[in-house]
Design a protein around this ligand. Sequence first.
Ligand code: ADP
Ligand code: MG
Length: 807
Amino acid sequence: MSDFSRLRQALTIEARHSYPNLKGNTARFADFVRGELVRLLPEVPATARGHVEPLLIAFEGYAELTPEERARIVGGLQALLPRLGGPVATAGPKRVEKPEVKPGEEEDWRDRPVQFVKGIGPRIAQLLAKVNVHTVDDLLHYYPRQHLDYQKRVRIGQLKPGDSVTLWGTIKRVEAYNPKPKMSLITVWVTDGTGTIAARWFGKGGNKFQLDRQKSRFPVGQAILMSGEPKIDSFSGRIVFDRPEIQLLGDTSGADADSLHLGRIVPIYSLTEGLQLKALRKAMRTALDTYLPLVRDPLPAALREKLGMWTLKKALEEIHFPTSQDSLQEARRRLVFDELFWMQLGLAYRRAQQASKTEALELPASGEFVTRLKDLLPFQLTGAQERVFREIQADLASPKPMNRLVQGDVGSGKTIVALLSLLIAVENGYQGALMAPTEILAEQHYQKIGAWVAQLGLRVALLLGSMTKKEREANYRAIEEGLVHLVIGTHALIQDKVNFKRLGLVVIDEQHRFGVRQRATLRAKGQSPEVLSMTATPIPRTLALTLHGDLDVSVIDELPPGRKPVETVWARGREKREVWEKVREQLSVGRQCYVVYPLIEESEKLQEDVKAATEGHAWLSEEIFPEFTLALLHGQMPSSEKEAIIERFRTGEVHMLVSTTVIEVGVDVPNASVMVIENAERFGLAQLHQLRGRVGRGAAQSYCYLMSDSRSEQTKQRLSIMEATNDGFVIAEQDLKLRGPGEFLGTRQSGLPDLVLADLVNDTEILEIARNAAIRLVSTDPELDGRPLLKADLFRYFSANLSFLEV
Ligand code: ADP
Ligand code: MG
């Protein structure tokens, strides 16, 4: 590699990611640049050394600059590189000359600035930078956002409005005039023997001289090729062509004979002001002609053939300038595959790294506690619970670290599976920990699990942030001395002060509520314990593979027997009054009810949130249900108070719990059979489903009333889905369809590069193929050492976030 190439590459990558001051292996971008400048100083020709010091100063303050300012100094350094002694030192100051491209040359042509493409000058390069195209490689992968099919050749007599077509004809007449002062109109009549059609271009006006010059571009009698979409002119009612693409026979200004712009399937690119579609197509054509011969396919040929995939070369050619609709689909298939394949290969590689670095415990099940607990339980495990527990058991017994995510709809009985798993750790002489996202939930687990395991002669400790210092310290000691077998808590579990004697397994309940960092911290506790994650947020399989491609997923896809689906009704207007009567019926036969108020999206969010619930509570207890006991629960209360209230609800003393969304996760009171959700339109589908999961936990028929007067289409769709199904996976799929993957996932997750072409809703089949291919490659060669090119390209693909691969 030439000495400046690392610097050049860093500049390119930084630019490609819109100047975030990327963190590299050793340093942040700006510090890396300064280091390189100092290191390379001896090689800079004396005449150019004067540039270096100002650059050092500029990059010193880089972190404080706005993105625009950063772009300017990065661009400045890029432009100076040739003079500082980069490989193109002979280039003049203004314009970077295109060097000879030799295959096998050490420097990677893909990182060359787009200016290296013939016909792309500094001006177009600047415009391209605005759409994030900085290098030759960026350009080749700047896919069309759509294509127009001008392949269809038709005779004028057969034209139909709205079709994308191409036609041949002869110019019959031309007219140019100013219909209004600042407007010009040029009309060209074309005939092909079956009919005549007018092609029109409106313009900003012009004098007679200019109009005549425009007219003279269309000599009568000349043959002409036109592509576009004819439409009906609303004024004359006749069919016309507005602004068609044209080419005159014998016209050399359009450069090549087989035109890029008409008579074929043409690419449409996202543009930015000043960037012309035709100019971009031409640049793309040149880039393809120059660089496609250099493209090497990172995908092993055998694998490619087995999958029936096109070569990368062919796919890139055809995605830009397809020769047919079929070949466009094939090209897309290959490029979608690539995106998904890199992602899956990254996940598989990372997982192999983790496996080789982590020493895993081997925790075989002796059955001692597990069997005894199963005998104690008042119910039989469902088939799904048994199956998932067997999968967990196998993971624990194996010398490989466990990487399992258990998904189970609300109420599917994950807690007991968690407990059985923790008991295996205890059977092996280790401690187990269960981490929950809220104090309410931790407390509830503690009560339930504590009661069960006390009968096994085991001890459980609870750790909450809100405990007094004294309580906590007593617990720390017991944990450290190994006096307790199980510890249940919130993230208070991962405080520095908590030291386990011998931690064997950690179960993370509702794992999607924890950050990646918290999970990692927990993992680092003790002697690399095994980690099991659980979630009630069902993720469609495609997304699970995308996000958790490096996890094994077990699904508890069966509810305990006797559960009846929650009857769900959307109530609006007057119906709302009837709802309260239905609630009264339930309360009168001894059942309990939740009423939930939504978050209000305003600046004083928390206060407002509390206010709605507080007012609701006052109204319900005074006006509607004076004969019953109601209690209010919200997140601003001290946790001792929250616990006391939930306890009163659990024992049945409180009949109705009026709350904010604090009860969303996991509260388990089987006697509660009604849930009323106020302003249901404010909740997402996933959240509604979680909330509804608080009822329907016992044998009684349960009800969920969604109160909403909203008439928006979105509300209609969401609430009807809730009425139609209780299946969390179906709801999640619908949610994904309604919202699209980006929003569905919430904030950008997980450090994975963005997908450009691939569509997680529809490309599931390719995703599976890509995933299997990636897993197979890594399983035979975890370091990918046998495939250095593939490995290099993998790291290249993850260049913005290398730490993703380097666990
Ligand atoms: P979730 O998966 O939502 O965390 P829980 O673990 O809280 O569900 O279980 C919901 C309820 O179902 C609890 O009251 C639990 O005791 C009960 N339960 C769990 N498994 C079974 C089973 N196999 N048969 C009957 N009831 C069960
Ligand atoms: Mg649970």
